[in-house]
Design a protein around this ligand. Sequence first.
Ligand SMILES: O=C(O)CCC(=O)C(=O)O
Length: 295
Amino acid sequence: MHIADLFIAKSYRDAFAEQGYVVLPLLKKEEVDALLHFYNQIEKSAGVAKPFYTSIWSDDKTHRQSVNDSVNAILFPAVQRHLVKTKPVFANFMVKERGEDSALLPHQDWSFVEEPMFDSATVWCPLGDVNKTNGNLQVIPGSHLLNNYKRARFSDAPFREIEKTELKKLLVDIPMKAGEAIILNSRMIHASPNNASNKQRVVASVVLAPQQAPLFHWEYEQGDANPLTKKYSIKDDFFYAYSCYETLSDLIPIETKSFAEKLLTLEELKKTIGYNSVERKLKRVLSHFFTQPVV
Ligand SMILES: O=C(O)CCC(=O)C(=O)O
């Protein structure tokens, strides 16, 4: 069961399967206002002094849980207007302060389910208009077709040697209006530029998995002889019970495997996503005129 199959509209099903993301109108104005009102109330309790952070980076468990519950209460019912049979994995705010050093390098999100049997997605919904000046999301269309299915806590990207250079040239900016959302496969390579505006950028987000998919978390460990991944079966409270940087020393892995990683070259990535195909080139040209991926 895959997220692409769970969109109600066929056009979104096709676009998500093919390009790895869709952009759609998600929140009503009163829902955006309610999320902003809540954000303004709890902003200080995050206690994270970084140019970019998400709520799960906070050391305060009460903060993480209250953001999870309140963001989910508004965002998930809105998601259900477009998708069936999904469940929320966790919800948070993603905050980009004004100024330098708030850019995020190209990365993929953790694995949340057993891929490729299942997959998962992030709903990223800005609470103000976003563009390339104030930190819109950037994606590499088609990069969900990569097959690195175990993306673990503390692991490094297989494209780390090109992430600051050639890879960046493949990113496409996704400008959006407040209340629109981009829903992207967790395997998609994505990034965001600095916020060069004079206003903080706030995004509400929820990770989705198919209802049927058991949730897991993988942790990377250097190991004595070779790198390992530990697989944990997790409960619904996992992503606010533990902050993003904590080691999981009180949990018992259900599986430990050695981690044989292969670094990805630019040529391999371009081949996987069909970068040089006539079809993909045409879509890139058309994507300058449309926000929605062209299928
Ligand atoms: O909010 C952003 O600018 C990007 C967030 C993101 O990519 C992430 O947290 O994985």
